[in-house]
Design a protein around this ligand. Structure first.
Ligand code: ZN
Length: 299
């Protein structure tokens, strides 16, 4: 069901499939004396994390770092924090209130995943405020002897952060540098979800992360990238093409089902993404919200 492997110097990747989602989801663990876990995923995968940690001989966590609070990345933060009561939770200031009081997160999760989301994604538990660290942009935390730099990385969501391991130059980019479909691993496309997507900010963040000269990209969806320059260049190009293509499609129809079908055809045609893998339901809503905010599409 899940797979744990060492993908860098004491850096482990746990790959899990989330029910009703077509893509593979990655949790990363940096195994140091003060271990850090990046992107806990939904609470339903907590048993898989526990099995992986046991396999690694790791008994505790010092840091839990959701790159952002969307349920598939950060939904399990509260459950994990409860399981490891010594761990600190590192979250962007704009995400903090939703971890402390997840009521709005629960409402938006119900809209996106249905009223019964808990049955397959698990509960969204609150995180006690005293456990939270709010990182300034560039703040460094010590995971044992290793320094992890927290980078503000908005665009997918305003509260998105990335983690840069100064020892290995590995960049844990969450969804800030897009996602890779298994059918098109060299051609990442931006991850679009309501209400936070913003193309200009997404591109700014891509430039900012490229300037770190990362050696490896650790994606939240589909694996590890060993050619960061080429991957970030492809993402930059694809972000513009995808956003322009989506605008044409959303101008042509107000019907979400039709728009989704056209968007799947578009990314299959332009980026070589297998249509059946294209989990773009969120993208339709995400682009609509964005174009309305930009006043390009009518309310
Ligand atoms: Zn997200």
């Amino acid at each position: 069901m899940e797979e744990i492997r060492e993908v860098g110097d004491r850096t482990y990747q746990l790959q899990v499939r989330i029910e009703r989602s077509t893509y593979v989801y990655s949790v990363y663990i940096i195994h140091e004396e003060q271990a850090a876990l990046i992107d806990p995923g939904p609470a339903s995968i907590l048993p898989a994390i526990e099995r992986a940690m046991e396999h690694m001989g790791l008994g505790n966590l010092a840091y839990i770092i959701p790159t952002h609070i969307h349920i598939d990345h950060g939904g399990g933060t509260g459950s994990l924090a409860k399981r490891f009561p010594e761990a600190k939770v590192v979250v962007h200031e704009l995400g903090k209130k939703h971890l402390v009081d997840p009521s709005r997160l629960v409402t938006s999760t119900k809209l996106a995943f249905g009223d019964n989301y808990e049955t397959y994604l698990g509960p969204i538990l609150p995180v006690p405020e005293s456990r939270i660290i709010i990182p300034s942009d560039g703040m460094e935390i010590a995971a044992g002897k290793r320094k992890l730099r927290i980078i503000h990385a908005p665009g997918h969501a305003p509260h998105h952060i990335a983690v840069f391991d100064l020892k290995t130059k590995g960049l844990f980019c969450g969804e800030a540098l897009g996602m890779r479909y298994p059918s098109a691993p060299e051609s990442p496309t931006p991850s679009i979800a309501p209400p936070g997507y913003d193309m200009e900010i997404y591109l700014q963040t891509a430039r900012k992360l490229a300037a770190l000269n990362p050696r490896t990209l650790y994606y939240a969806h589909d694996g590890v990238g060993h050619t960061p320059d080429a991957l970030i260049a492809a993402l930059t190009k694809n972000t513009k093409i995808y956003t322009e293509g989506a605008l044409d499609i959303l101008r042509s129809t107000e019907n979400d089902t039709e728009a989704l079908s056209k968007i799947r055809d578009f990314i299959a045609d332009r980026f070589g993404v297998d249509r059946a893998e294209a989990d773009e339901g969120m993208a339709v809503a995400g682009f609509r919200v964005y174009f309305r905010k930009q006043e390009i599409l009518p309310e």
